[in-house]
Design a protein around this ligand. Structure first.
Ligand code: PGA
Ligand code: ZN
Length: 435
């Protein structure tokens, strides 16, 4: 049972304040820290910030720390950490709002994650196994890593509008080999970019991917195709992309592919239908397997169009569209707006609700991609989460920078621990049942 909960303000990979919690039980102390997004969805649970402009440009989380220490902590003493649903329900009730805006989803999530770790220890099982048991998943599976090797959008200081270009070693025989293929291709890509664009083109963005001076989807996809071939992995490494298009959707109802250009003459404006047309051309030309947020977070009609056009062959993933929220997932299932869920625990704020979101998505035959945020910490919880929920793939940025790589490194440990029982998703990354 919980004997103590202490929260504090720490700093994320962008140097912004975030919340860390130490939760103590008879088994010891269990720590968790929450990440923070930049291209956030407007329907996400509330990441509460102090708003005191005299400190941290208003981004402090001292109010949340106080809420955990003075409201959540005393109310949760004595609770059984193996009962995750009860713990999360208690916090949802103490908060009392729809979006966890009173106490802060960032505080609630830190407690939820720490309690989950404590629950695993109380049961004497690894975290991924505990999560699998909470979800009723009989077969934990190691995910295919989705390495974000070219950064654009609001994550990088180049003019590239789409945010993420990822490589997925689906043809690897196991996770460790996937790391070899991914890192070799990342370093090959570095040389190619340096030869083409010069030395300062290999600086990296928020998620550790290169941020070369390019400004089109095609230029990024050409670079990836060349790097994959030069590394010797054509056909074994596939491409995923996250344009994060809510960031360049304008009030006029158009998408602006020049939104970061120094001078914008309006030539990058596209309608929703023109964006769908562009994606159709891209997937026909390049070895792409998924597109995340191809359209803006409330462009339900555009999402339904692209899912109808491309959904049978390609994964259309809802990130900002769904915000890991079971209500929005239900609407997307009914309206056939996408066919896969991006799983970000801090978009919804508890582990129980995250599990529910995955169960709902999988019950509709969807894929699930576990995800970090662009602002990360040393917490590697999502590695175990991806295995426990058999999400088939995980994105944690480039295979570089410790806050990105520590998730991948945890997956190496899990694969080693499982030994001959380890199953790598590989070609089955898209549809893995958990019931
Ligand atoms: P964010 O971006 O963490 O900055 O929101 C990640 C994503 O869009 O997938
Ligand atoms: Zn996204």
């Amino acid at each position: 049972t919980i004997t103590k909960i202490v929260a504090r303000q720490i700093f994320d990979s962008r140097g912004k304040p975030t919340v860390e919690v130490d939760l103590t039980t008879g088994q010891g102390m269990f720590r968790a820290a929450v990440p923070s997004g930049k291209s956030t969805g407007i329907h996400e649970a509330c990441e509460l910030r102090d708003g005191d402009k005299s400190m941290y440009q208003g981004a402090g989380v001292l109010t949340v720390v106080k809420n955990v220490n003075e409201i959540l902590a005393p109310a949760m003493l004595g609770m059984d950490v193996t009962k995750q649903a009860e713990i999360d329900q208690k916090m949802i009730e103490l908060d009392g709002t729809d979006n966890k805006g009173k106490l802060g989803a960032n505080g609630i999530l830190a407690v939820s994650m720490a309690a989950c770790r404590a629950g695993a220890a109380a049961r004497g099982v690894p975290l991924y196994q505990h999560i699998a048991d909470l979800a009723g998943n009989p077969r934990p599976v190691l995910p295919v890593p989705s390495f974000n090797v070219i950064n654009g959008g609001v994550h990088a200081g180049n003019a590239l509008a789409p945010q993420e270009f990822m490589i997925l070693p689906v043809g690897a025989s196991g996770f460790e080999e996937a790391m070899r293929m991914g890192t070799e291709t990342y370093h090959t890509l570095r040389s190619i970019i340096q030869n083409k664009y010069g030395l300062n083109a290999v600086n990296v963005g928020d998620e550790g991917g290169f941020a070369p001076p390019i400004d089109t989807f095609e230029a990024a996809l050409d670079l990836l195709t060349e790097a994959i071939a030069a590394a010797g992995y054509t056909g074994k490494i596939k491409i995923g992309m996250d344009p994060a298009s809510s960031e360049f959707f304008r009030e006029s109802g158009e998408y602006d592919l020049n939104f970061k250009a120094a001078t914008n003459n309006g030539s990058g404006r596209r309608t929703s239908a023109e964006m769908v047309e562009l994606y159709k051309q891209l997937v026909a030309k390049y070895d792409v397997i998924f597109i995340e947020d191809p359209l803006s977070e409330d462009d339900w009609a555009g999402f339904a169009d692209i899912t109808r056009e491309l959904g049978s062959q390609y994964e259309i993933i809802g990130d900002d569209l769904l915000c890991t929220n079971p209500k929005r997932i239900q609407r997307a299932i009914e309206s056939k707006a996408c066919n896969a869920l991006l799983l970000k625990v801090n978009q919804i704020g508890t582990i129980s609700e995250s599990i529910k979101a995955v169960q709902l998505a999988k019950s509709a035959g969807w894929g699930v991609l576990t995800s970090h945020r662009s602002g990360e910490t040393a917490d590697d919880f999502i590695a175990d989460l991806s295995v426990g929920l058999s999400t088939g793939h995980i994105k944690s940025g480039a295979p570089a920078r410790s806050e990105r790589v520590n998730k991948y490194n945890q997956l190496i440990r899990i694969e080693q621990e499982l030994g001959s029982k380890a199953v790598y998703a590989g070609d089955n990354w898209r549809f893995i049942s958990i019931s």
